[in-house]
Design a binder for this molecule. Structure first.
Ligand SMILES: NC(=O)c1ccc[n+]([C@@H]2O[C@H](COP(=O)([O-])OP(=O)(O)OC[C@H]3O[C@@H](n4cnc5c(N)ncnc54)[C@H](O)[C@@H]3O)[C@@H](O)[C@H]2O)c1
Ligand SMILES: O=C(O)C(=O)C[C@@H](O)[C@H](O)[C@H](O)COP(=O)(O)O
Ligand SMILES: [Zn+2]
Length: 355
């Protein structure tokens, strides 16, 4: 498969991982660091070692897995290890993991000594189709997702779909939400193709490739989210609020994709009310997400807490909560301000759905 070209780097589809050796050889790196979480250290690092036995001269940094660890404490841990192992400005950090590792690792790299090189080897469906591409780095703080971060571009993104063999069905399904999102915001045919699958495991390498292609077109045109890139945030205004609430309040919290699937249903309702999304498209979007994600109970009484989180959304201006809303399946508008009462109606629309 031909590499996907961004303004700054390429996204390689390479199950052999040989591209890593080639990219590392392009510069005279003083040191190579690999960041994993506990799980990718156990499951993905051995795969990397097996495929590239010559890659032996690196220092390993490990963080615990899970969204609750995408925070400043573990970021300090990464910075401290880089310092202890004498990383200079010619060092490179390879992020081997899901979106938590690629987001936090790239944030740590982009700020250490004002920025060292980093490279993404995403190992979840979500990080392959979305998190590793586009240069958004970040960590969470308090109850707000990705509120601290930078825009910084990797040297390369190297995708091996072989890594997905060990990924759980639940994590595959979570990542699939971003695949469906790419169809809704930019490509009706692609949406129709993925919406009819029976489950996320059926997603093909060609569909993963196309999903990355859609994201890459958007972030290449608007790397700093001044306009078009906001469409990638469809479902995230409400979805991030639900995700953060769940993370702080539930034993088995929602995953990112599960939360934004809920967000995409609620926001499709807003799109129907404000952006011209037809009743038919609203129904198709709602039923598609219910098919893959089932119904989650948004508890009564948490609406104010959700609205408070939405007030910190990075798309807002002048204190108004701003949304990216599809006007039809395959196209998305942005910078649409929505009153609080209508947002609450969106939550109630979700609550009232049945399959
Ligand atoms: N920067 C962006 O543009 C962007 C885009 C989308 C999402 N995100 C962020 O990405 C994060 C979610 O990413 P995620 O869904 O990859 O979560 P994650 O990084 O938490 O990974 C999910 C789980 O899968 C495990 N895992 C990873 N690879 C595995 C493999 N090959 N086999 C078995 N287990 C494996 C991880 O250890 C973890 O427990 C969120 O923080 C979200 O905000 C960022
Ligand atoms: O790349 C983007 O731009 C996105 O919005 C992709 C989202 O799927 C992703 O979850 C992103 O991390 C959200 O960014 P944020 O700016 O809303 O924190
Ligand atoms: Zn997302």
């Amino acid at each position: 498969m031909k590499p996907i070209q961004n303004n700054n780097y390429k996204v390689y589809f390479d199950n052999s991982l040989n591209t890593l050796t080639e990219v590392l050889a392009q510069k005279n790196y003083s040191k190579v660091f690999i960041l994993t979480d506990e799980v990718t250290g156990e499951l993905c690092l051995p795969v990397l070692r097996e495929k590239l036995p010559d890659l032996d001269n690196f220092d390993l940094i490990e963080v615990p897995n899970g969204e609750e660890n995408k925070n400043i404490d573990f970021c300090i841990g990464i910075w401290r290890t880089l310092l202890d192992f004498e990383a200079d400005r010619n060092a490179i950090l390879i992020n081997l993991g899901g979106g938590v590792v690629t987001d936090m690792g790239s944030f740590a790299a982009s700020t250490f000594k004002r920025g060292i090189d980093f490279l993404q080897i995403p190992t979840t469906l979500l990080s392959q189709v979305d998190a590793s591409v586009g240069g958004k780095t970040g960590i969470d703080m308090d109850d707000v997702k990705n509120i601290i971060g930078t825009f910084a571009q990797p040297q390369a993104v190297i995708i091996s779909t072989d890594f997905l063999k060990t990924l759980s069905d639940r994590q595959m399904t979570s990542g699939f939400a971003e695949v469906i999102k790419h169809g809704i915001i930019a490509d009706e045919n692609f949406f129709n193709e993925v919406a009819v699958l029976d489950n996320a495991r059926e997603v093909s390498e060609a569909q993963i490739y196309h999903s990355v292609h859609i994201k890459n077109v958007v972030v290449t045109e608007d790397p700093y989210e001044r306009g078009l890139r906001k469409t990638l945030n469809y479902g995230h205004t409400i979805g991030h609020a639900v995700e953060s609430w769940s993370l702080s309040n539930e034993k088995n919290p929602l995953l990112h994709g599960e939360a934004i699937a809920i967000g995409m249903i609620c926001e499709a309702y807003l799109a129907h009310k404000l952006a011209g999304l037809s009743a038919d498209d609203l129904e198709v979007i709602s039923q598609t997400f219910l098919k893959f994600y089932g119904k989650y109970e948004i508890r009564g009484g948490i609406e104010r807490a959700l609205l408070e989180v939405m007030k910190n959304d990075k798309k807002n201006t002048a204190g108004k909560i701003s949304f990216s809303l599809p006007d039809k399946i395959g196209h998305c508008l942005f910078d649409i301000f929505v009153e609080e009462n209508l947002i609450l109606e969106g939550l109630d629309y979700y609550r009232g759905l049945s399959r």
